[in-house]
Design a protein around this ligand. Structure first.
Ligand code: GDP
Ligand code: MG
Length: 452
């Protein structure tokens, strides 16, 4: 019924996959073509995300002659970060997404980060669709711009088709080796059991209509409950950032509920929302501080929040809102438990180094890496955010037990001057890097140095 459709929120989608498979280009392609053709149709660039309204998706998929009504208001696609060596956003992103696009280069098949992404998706039980990208690179491909894939395949020669089929079959076999059934989406009779592959080109736009329609239809068909708008605020911190004139702000994805200016929010700290901000619609004009201010914002959206005390916020955690009937102490307790339950899922052994990271996602990724047989560095303690004196104290416990483990591996975080001073005084080493492998290299060099 139309009543129900009004109550659905936009599905949240993230794009994952190996570097250079075309993640950024795909997003640009979905965003860009419409702008060039003067039918931007309300596409808005949000904080850490892009919003595609249903009307726009309808327009782009009209050649597919899909009769199904679009019940969701639109699609919110989380932008992937530029640097993706090991990445925290990917693990963060997949955690809050309703559905993901896993991008695979048709010329390369499955690559190491494809498999890493797959494992994250499996771990979080996130649904996904495979975009088998760069079909235009098949030898002698005849492009038909922005065409549905079926129509463009009809125009190809027998040789191109046989090469296409050979490569698709190979990728299906590779997924099978990862324990996954996959099939071209238009042949897929058992979606849910078998994952769908949509051949695409981010350069010619071919297959993009299919991808958009499948994303929207699949989510609104199978996730009605999850997508039914709820008043209960569900909000995840993507990034903590200092912005000139605003101080420390947090970039969040509001998954559900409504946020208002002045709302009392609880994360690691209790504060009140001073400003709810989104970028101006004219996205080309990147004027510093040129944000639009809102009295209230309804999910799903990407938002920047300004408030006092946000320097204590932690990316990857949830923000709670204190309602008129809520007890602040209860909510503080819930926020604390939420943090602790995530932290306790990360296993630690008795003797080992101390690990500090900027986000829960990156902390998980780092611990995973340290556990691999080639690396095999035990961990005794973990922390989030800047390295403080208390972290140095905890790491110093190892001085007596196993001196070389009196070390902090700090990933993508700052070290406070007091912590640095205390570390020097006690003899605790702190290695800092923003690429996970570099932490390993530094620690290994140190251990090798001890042996000489
Ligand atoms: P990302 O690392 O996954 O974000 O990949 P990018 O979007 O940066 O793309 C990597 C390179 O592949 C760039 O040079 C793109 O222009 C190119 N590329 C991306 N998608 C396609 C495609 O569909 N066809 C072709 N021919 N090139 C593509
Ligand atoms: Mg990219």
């Amino acid at each position: 019924s139309p009543k129900q459709s009004e109550d659905l929120r936009s599905p949240i989608c993230c794009i994952m996959g190996h570097v250079d498979t075309g993640k950024t280009k795909l997003l640009d392609c979905i965003r860009g073509t419409n702008v060039q053709e003067g039918e931007a149709g309300g596409i808005t660039q949000q904080i850490g995300a892009t919003y595609f309204p249903a009307a726009n998706i309808r327009e782009r998929t009209k050649e597919l002659k899909a009769d199904a009504t679009l019940k969701v208001p639109g699609l919110l696609v989380i932008d992937t970060p530029g640097h993706e060596s090991f990445t925290n956003l990917r693990s963060r992103g997949s955690g809050l997404c309703d559905i993901a696009i896993l991008v695979v280069d048709i010329m390369h098949g499955l690559e190491p980060q494809t498999i890493e992404s797959l494992n994250l998706l499996k771990m979080r039980k996130t649904e996904f669709i495979i975009a088998l990208n760069k079909v235009d690179r098949l030898y002698d491909w005849k492009a038909r711009r922005n065409s549905p894939i079926g129509m463009t395949l009809k125009k190809q020669t027998k040789d191109v088709l046989s090469e296409f089929n050979r490569r698709v079959t190979h990728v299906i076999t590779q997924f099978k080796e990862q324990g996954l059934n996959t099939e071209l989406y238009y042949k897929n009779k058992e979606m849910g059991e078998t994952f769908s592959i949509v051949p695409t080109s981010a350069v010619t736009g071919e297959g993009i209509p299919d991808l958009l329609l499948l994303l929207v239809q699949w989510t609104q068909k199978t996730m009605v409950e999850k997508l039914t708008f709820s008043d209960e605020v569900q909000c995840t911190v993507l990034e903590v950032k200092v912005i000139e004139g605003l101080g420390t702000t947090i970039d969040v994805v509001l998954v559900n509920g409504v946020l208002h200016e002045g709302d009392q929010i609880v994360g690691p700290i209790v504060t009140s929302i001073r400003a709810l901000l989104t970028p101006h619609p004219m996205k080309e004009i990147r004027v510093k501080g040129a944000y639009m201010q809102h009295k209230e914002i309804k999910a799903a959206q990407g938002i920047k929040i300004a408030a006092q005390g946000l320097e204590h916020a932690i990316a990857g955690t949830s923000i709670y809102v204190v309602g008129p009937d809520d007890d602040l102490e209860d909510i503080k307790e819930a926020a604390k438990e939420d943090m602790q339950s995530v932290m306790s899922r990360i296993d630690k052994s008795g003797e080992g180094v101390y690990v500090q990271a900027s986000t829960l996602g990156s902390l998980e990724a780092l611990l995973e890496f340290l556990k691999t047989p080639e690396v095999n560095i035990p961990v005794s303690g973990i922390g989030l955010g800047p390295v403080h004196k208390k972290d140095v104290m905890k790491a110093s416990v190892m001085l007596e037990k196993k001196n070389e483990y009196a070390t902090i591996l700090a990933f993508d975080v700052k070290v406070t001057p007091e912590a640095r001073e205390l570390a020097d005084e006690l003899g605790v080493r702190i290695f800092i890097a923003d690429i996970i492998y570099h932490l390993f290299d530094q620690f290994k060099a140190y251990i090798d140095g001890l042996k000489e």
